[in-house]
Every structure is written in C-alpha cells, then in structure tokens.
Design a protein around this ligand. Structure first.
Ligand SMILES: [Zn+2]
Length: 337
C-alpha cells in the first residue's frame, strides 16, 4: 500500500519516512538506528532501510516540500533568516503520519487497528503547531513520544523530533487554539457518529486578538512557538461565512484555503509570518538530561490537552457514549505510562 494515498502503489517507489537529506545531515547515512519500542526489544537496522512503498506520482508531489524544508532546517541550524514556514509545518504533518504508518507496519498491527487515514488526507487538516528548542547535544536524530508512548499508535497527534541540537515538538488537532488566536472557534463540538467520524461544530465569534500564552507550556522554558489555524473541512459547520467575514478574520485567515497566517511567539511577544524578518534562533538550554525529561513531559501534557479538546459525547446513545468514554480513558492512561 502507498504510504501517501493508501492505494496499490502505481509505478512503485520507496519513500523514506526520514528523508535522505536529514539522515546525512545528522550523521553517517549508513549508520544503524534503533527503532525498538516496548513491544519489540531488538529492532535495529540501517537508517536507509526505513522506507515504505509509495506511488511514483505521490512521492514526487512532495519533492518541493522536501527541498523547501531542507532550506528551512539548515537556516534554523545556522541561526539564519527563515524564508517561509508553511512547508515546514506541512513537512511535520507528513513525518508524523509517516512515522505512525511505519510503526503500524513494523509492529505488524499489534493494536489491531485499521488505518483510517494515509499521509495525503491528513496533511493540513487541523490546527497545527510547532515548538522549537535548542539544547547542547551531539549530532543525531531521535523521535520522542513515538515508540515510548503507546498512545501514539492510536492517536498520532503529537510527537518530538531531535535534529542535532534542535528539538521540535509538533502537534495537530481540530480547533486546538483558534480561540486563543482570536478566530472563530467551536462553542461546542459533538460527536454525531463515532464510526463515521461525524462531528458537529457550533461556531462562536472570536475575540479578534491573539491571547498569550496561545498554549500554556507546563514543563519547558525558552522556545519559539509556531501556530497555524486550519479548519477541518470534513467537519459539518453551521453557516461559516458570517463568522469569517470580519476585517480581522479576513486579514489573518484565508477562508477559501481553510488556513490562517502563521503566528510566531518568541520571548513573550507574537507576530505574524510576513510582518517582519526573523530567525528561529533559540536560547540554548543547559542540561540535556533534565531538558529531555521536560521535553517528554511536555509532549504528554500536549497530548492531554488534545484529549481534553475532543468533541462532546452527549449526542450519542448511552451505549455508544460509554464505549467511546472507555476508549478515551484508555488513551489517557496510555499517555501516563
Ligand atoms: Zn499513492
């Protein structure tokens, strides 16, 4: 199956979940990497082998995103001016879902789940954010909140990635922070049909200003935060137009694209992408071990936020409601481990 579209691959190609440019940037491309997790203790193979089938066409669609992201990552690592951020956020969506599908394949479907989505349909689907940190570390790459957090297998909404000295915490879920960005947001969301993923959204007007913190960080200190609001087109919304027609919303949100301008938060200030030149250089954190501990806790804390932001179950039948409640309870418990 193609990792992008989920169909039988046309003109079969192999897609590196972690692209070759990133493997080379972080060490010897032929090195052996450890993909073990608690399900399978010994799972070591060459980084270069971490690749999965895809259609030639699907794969090629992403080549621009890969080259733009490479530029951006190099600029971040060198503390230089960054040209544009949307590719980077898109790329993190791609890697997060790619990792999820990869572990699903490697774990031989240990959790007995049916993948409901592939990369393409999960890209740019919901509000998404990225926190960027720096902490003295040797060259290398690591994932966080993936193999050491069983929740990721069931809800791949948040993960961490280290690229040399930089640590990235990426997350995405419906309407996680539209309200804090002053945009229209759900007063309430209801699950209407759990199996078909049908959700009703009742919109409220926004406050038309950015409120800090957009998301409260509980465990980590200095970092740069990026936020992009996105409407999930699959959700049934009450007539959207009236909420998206004010001057503020029009300025910061492209209703046709269902996506807003990226907000950058740095040193307790915010600005919108395009308003000024900026670098993504971050204050370096001292102790790596203590930092990693906090980083891991932050991932779990964001997962909890995502779980508490899920739509209400009050419109489901009693039986269905109890069923979903149990699943959510399990999610919260898995995230604690
Ligand atoms: Zn495909």
């Amino acid at each position: 199956m193609c990792i992008f579209c989920g169909k039988d691959p046309k003109d079969k190609n192999l897609e590196h979940v972690i692209p070759e440019w990133l493997i080379s940037l972080t060490g010897n491309p032929n090195r052996i990497a450890d993909f073990s997790c608690n399900l399978d203790k010994d799972r070591k193979f060459a980084f270069d082998q971490f690749r999965f089938p895809s259609c030639k066409e699907c794969n090629e669609k992403f080549s621009d995103i890969e080259s733009n992201t490479r530029e951006t990552v190099l600029a971040i690592l060198d503390g230089k001016k960054v040209e544009e951020l949307e590719s980077l956020l898109l790329w993190f969506d791609k890697v997060r879902i790619g990792l999820w599908l990869a572990f699903y394949t490697l774990d031989k479907n240990y959790w007995g789940i049916e993948p409901k989505f592939y990369i393409t349909e999960r890209l740019s689907r919901s509000d998404r954010g990225l926190f960027i940190y720096k902490s003295s570390s040797p060259k290398g790459i690591n994932f966080f909140g993936v193999s050491n957090n069983p929740l990721f297998n069931l809800m791949p909404s948040c993960f961490g990635l280290r690229i040399n000295e930089y640590y990235f915490l990426n997350f995405s879920t419906d309407y996680l922070f539209s309200k804090r960005l002053g945009l229209p947001h759900p007063g309430k969301m209801f699950v209407l049909d759990n199996k078909k993923n049908k959700v009703e959204v009742n919109l409220n007007k926004g406050k038309e200003k950015v409120l800090l913190p957009v998301i409260k960080r509980n465990f980590t200190s200095s970092c740069i935060e990026l936020y992009q609001p996105i409407i999930n087109k699959n959700l049934a919304t009450t007539d959207r137009q009236e909420f998206y027609s004010s001057a503020y919303v029009k300025k910061y949100f492209d209703e046709r694209k269902c996506a807003g301008k990226i907000v950058i938060v740095k040193d307790n200030n915010f600005f919108f992408e395009g308003d000024k030149d900026f670098s993504l250089s971050v204050k370096e954190q001292k102790s790596t071990k203590a930092f990693i501990d906090c980083f891991d806790k932050e991932i779990r804390s964001i997962n909890n936020k995502i779980l508490s932001n899920l739509p209400s179950l009050s419109k489901l039948s009693k039986n269905e409601r109890n069923e979903v409640r149990e699943v959510r309870k399990l999610f919260r418990e898995l995230n604690k481990k």
